[in-house]
Ligand binder design. Structure first.
Ligand code: PMP
Length: 289
């Protein structure tokens, strides 16, 4: 495996960053997770845009233009001779001293890993995921904006630990007001009486690229998606529920906090979203080769 690191390719065992890198010392940096299918990168421009927006929000200057970043990403996939997989693109604040002052980090570091990823067991895609509500709340807009896809994921890691300890496949995160934000690494959707709902970004959801693709698919299916503030009640009483994310793709949810959602099986409209999503990923994207 070859890793892109600051303009060069290294073998996996040689791709190393400093222990003084503020990405490691302070979680100071941003990242993206991007999938490619059959030689095409899905929604590449949207991911690159979000990366640069995240960097701008934390005053991090990426030492490459978006076009150079795009080419480096494509080259990382090519050099590893992959057709299907997942890319992790990371920009850290770079090497500084032991204080947190980012001005003492002269240059951001960029690394890109192209590999495979499986987030949930195959069985859960067929039978649905069990979700529990986590006590850990989603980070509020008044702290680190939850829209920034930053390297500071401890908030979500803690929620994931809670879900694991409860024996669930995923954890639902609420915001400070008690409204549904999202799951630890995925956006959430419900369906009730043929109408699709997802929490607004303002509730603390990441502006997911897969979430956005659901709006495109909904238009194809002739259904509309609304974005009201949602509570757990809306999920308990929904007919169907599913999660979306680059790594997760589209996965049905059949239980929240021991309440069975709908029939307890992946719902018919959810299955249509999944099918259309596979069609979309197979038939769109930036050519790699
Ligand atoms: N929410 C969080 C917290 C995430 O980390 C992610 C990405 N894994 C998502 C939602 C889904 O976003 P996307 O569809 O862009 O991958």
């Amino acid at each position: 495996m070859k890793i892109f690191l600051d303009g060069q390719f290294y073998d996996k065992q040689d791709a190393k960053i400093s222990v003084f890198d503020h990405g490691l010392l302070y979680g100071d940096g941003v990242f993206e997770g991007i999938r490619f299918y059959n030689g095409r990168v899905f929604r590449l421009e949207e991911h690159i845009d979000r990366l640069y927006d995240s960097a701008k929000a934390i005053c991090l200057t990426i030492p490459m233009t978006p076009a150079e970043m795009t080419e480096a990403l494509l080259e990382t996939i090519r050099i590893n001779e992959l057709k299907d997989g997942y890319v992790r693109l990371v920009v850290t604040r770079g090497v500084g001293d032991l204080g947190l002052n980012p001005l003492l980090c002269p240059k951001a570091s960029v690394f890109i890993i192209a590999a495979k990823i499986t987030l949930y067991p195959e069985e859960m895609y067929k039978n649905g995921l069990t979700v529990v509500t986590c006590a850990t709340r989603r980070i509020p807009h008044g702290a680190l904006s939850p829209m920034v896809k930053s390297l500071n994921y401890l908030n979500n890691v803690l929620a994931k630990i809670e879900a694991q300890q409860a024996g669930a496949g995923e954890g639902l995160m609420l915001n400070e007001q008690g409204y549904v934000a999202e799951c630890t690494g995925d956006n959430i959707f419900t369906i009730k009486n043929g109408q699709v709902y997802t929490p607004p970004i303002s509730a603390g959801a990441l502006a997911g690229v897969t979430r956005e693709a659901m709006f495109h698919i909904a238009a194809q299916l002739g259904v509309t998606i609304s974005e009201p503030n949602m509570t757990r009640y809306d999920i308990y009483t929904a007919d169907e529920c599913f999660l979306t994310g680059t790594a997760a793709e589209v996965i049905p949810v059949t239980k929240l906090d021991t309440r069975v959602i709908g029939t307890g099986k992946p719902g018919p409209l959810t299955l249509q979203f999944i099918e259309k999503f596979h069609e979309l990923t197979a038939n769109s994207g930036t050519a790699i080769y």
